[in-house]
Design a protein around this ligand. Structure first.
Ligand code: PGA
Length: 252
């Protein structure tokens, strides 16, 4: 059975390297006794070089990447730089980056650059709001299709799709999606992936959920939400809360 996945997205936190080290140490400790769960920590880029990519039980992830290989691109970081540092995963298309103007076309270029360098992209998709007519499904479908435009069928097994409805991000467990709605949405995402790549290949894509996953809802969602794991934002900054989420997933 494929391992479950829990990804910590620290976003723009914490504000110093000593604090990052402390948080990483606790995360490492709480990840050490898991048997069925792969833990990935997406750190701010500035801290990536300070952590050993060979750390047992934890994989390093970045939060962003640029699609060009090298050259005059001030302020950007390439997939080769990440790869050479031992980083294995990278978020792409997070809604907070899309809100800053990142387009599906850019997401697609980043995703392809990551695959080419042998990194695993974590493609984030999600609607801003859920309308009763189901228009959000069209939005989701477009996001997935445009982001994966030109991505080869063979590369699909190295992809994680994180379904993160924007309306559920950065809130509380009570405001997160319920597992029934999530289950339906994951079926829809699987259908889109099957249309693009065929059923067999589509089944290899891990689909996870993000948006106010906390210790209170983790267990119920992982059992009934039809997902392979979680992308955890604010709750990953609190080691004890994160530990409970890890355990809920590992025990599921
Ligand atoms: P949240 O963030 O867990 O704080 O809602 C999730 C995310 O944005 O990845």
């Amino acid at each position: 059975m494929a391992k479950k996945i829990v990804i910590a997205n620290w976003k723009m936190n914490p504000d110093s390297l000593p604090k990052a080290r402390k948080l990483f140490q606790s995360t490492k400790k709480f990840s050490s006794n898991l048997s069925k769960t792969r833990v990935i920590v997406c750190l701010p880029a500035i801290y990536l070089a300070s952590f050993n990519s060979k750390t047992k039980n934890i994989n390093l992830g970045a939060q962003n990447v640029f699609w060009q290989v090298s050259g005059a691109h001030t302020g950007e970081i390439s997939s080769a730089m990440l790869k050479n540092l031992g980083v294995s995963y990278c978020l792409v298309g997070h809604s907070e980056r899309r809100a800053l103007g990142e387009t599906d076309e850019e997401v697609s270029k980043k995703l392809k650059a990551l695959l080419k360098s042998g990194l695993i992209p974590i493609l984030c998709v999600g609607e801003r709001e859920r309308d009763s007519q189901g228009e959000y499904l069209g939005i989701l479908s477009n996001q997935i299709k445009s982001s994966l435009f030109g991505v080869d069928k063979r590369d699909i097994k190295n992809l994680i799709v994180a379904y993160e409805p924007i309306w559920a991000i950065g809130r509380t467990a009570r405001e997160a999606i319920n597992s029934h709605k999530l289950h339906q949405t994951v079926l829809f995402i699987e259908k889109i992936l099957s249309e693009l790549y065929g059923r067999e290949q589509a089944k290899k894509v891990a689909i996870i959920y993000g948006g106010s996953v906390e210790e209170k809802n983790a267990s119920e969602i992982i059992k009934n939400g039809n997902v392979s794991g979680f992308l955890v934002g604010h709750a990953s900054l609190d080691p004890l809360t994160f530990r409970e989420i890890l355990q809920a997933v590992d025990n599921s």
